[in-house]
Design a protein around this ligand. Sequence first.
Ligand code: ADP
Ligand code: MG
Ligand code: MG
Ligand code: MG
Ligand code: MG
Length: 443
Amino acid sequence: HDYSKDDIRRIVKEEDVKFLRLMFTDVLGTLKNVEVPISQLDDLLDNKLMFDGSSIEGFVRIEESDMYLHPDLSTWMIFPWSSERGKIARVICEVYKTNGEPFEGDPRNNLIRVLKDMKDAGYTSFNIGPEPEFFLFKMDENGKPTTKLNDHGSYFDMAPLDLGGNCRRDIVLTLEEMGFDVEAAHHEVAPGQHEIDFKYADALNAADNIQTFKLVVKTVARKHGLYATFMPKPLSGINGSGMHLNMSLFNNDGDAFYDKDGELQLSETAYHFLGGLMKHAKSYTAICNPIVNSYKRLVPGYEAPVYVAWSGSNRSPLIRVPNARGLATRLELRSADPTANPYMAIASVLEAGLDGLRNEIVPPKSVDRNIYHMNAQERKDNQIVNLPDDLLDGLKELSSDKTMKHALGEKIFNSFLAAKHLEYDAYRAQVSEWERDQYMEQY
Ligand code: ADP
Ligand code: MG
Ligand code: MG
Ligand code: MG
Ligand code: MG
């Protein structure tokens, strides 16, 4: 929606909105809220609302602690769930410095910057269709998640096995009330696991939608007494949760990846973009799979990718070309998971693709055989390399890639790497149950 300031003032009166929730996302992908009473509306609309950014990841320098929030009025929305104390509206904000410049540590500002490069290259939009998956767990009496799943259903199961169905339907209805165009919602392969797909949107809206989506899923699940988690691999031995990213570039003629006369009906643009995605795959993995646990999903045997390869016919490689053509011509990145900061993930895959376009990078041949049936030599002969196998490996790949540094900007690049090294070090210092089970009696 294109709301003016006056529209907002009118809606606030008509709907009797009592609180404003001002949202932005930090480098770790966490949605941050600054909640203010409606008396602050005029300051907000005049870009005069300040907050202290010093405690927020990626916002750390003391001299930058005072920041302004500039609302993006097109993201205005009243939450459909009611509070006893009155309606709450949210608006997503851009973080600005006191000198009036956009703050470089704000991942949303950064995506806006990268999208300018895309426009300069002659494209009108980078479209993203995400497929987020999540688990529903039972909660304990303190509202904490347990590891008890709420059902034993599996892919496309129908009630009564799919007990999460009611909750999922409520999520879908709430999303629709909030303006989402939900295309599909189904039980996933693992028990307790669900997927909800909503229509693709241009990069910035898609990233905003992903953040809103996660909030809605968690909020509605709680009403059903369930805990929704986007942790990629909450339980070993069953599939983890990913968030495939479907992507395409549009120009004034439509989908620039489509060419009815091209090989596989894909354009040269599609192949070069794919070339860039393949070239930088190992380096954007740390962005698209940013937590220690992400790498427990990227293992053989659970439908998640492990090797860098693409295919137009096989469903299992890192990058798949779905069958649809015309305006649905797209590339699907299957590694990403829902813990990725969507603004950073989208900026990094876009920049990888743009690098492919600028340098006319030709992708390696497609791999249409099942890679999991190949031995190491066959993979080598087909130029198939592994994705990073843990966060540390991913961080090494990321830190040496100049294109990714450009994609994130120096500030985010550095604070992300610093924060993630700390996270990895903390993990490495822990001794797990598996180790005790494995070694205590053996040695
Ligand atoms: P899958 O077959 O991998 O399960 P889904 O049907 O679940 O795929 O999801 C497809 C996603 O791709 C949807 O979000 C859809 O809106 C999106 N999509 C369709 N066309 C495009 C396009 N041109 N660019 C980006 N995303 C697209
Ligand atoms: Mg799907
Ligand atoms: Mg589908
Ligand atoms: Mg799925
Ligand atoms: Mg998919």
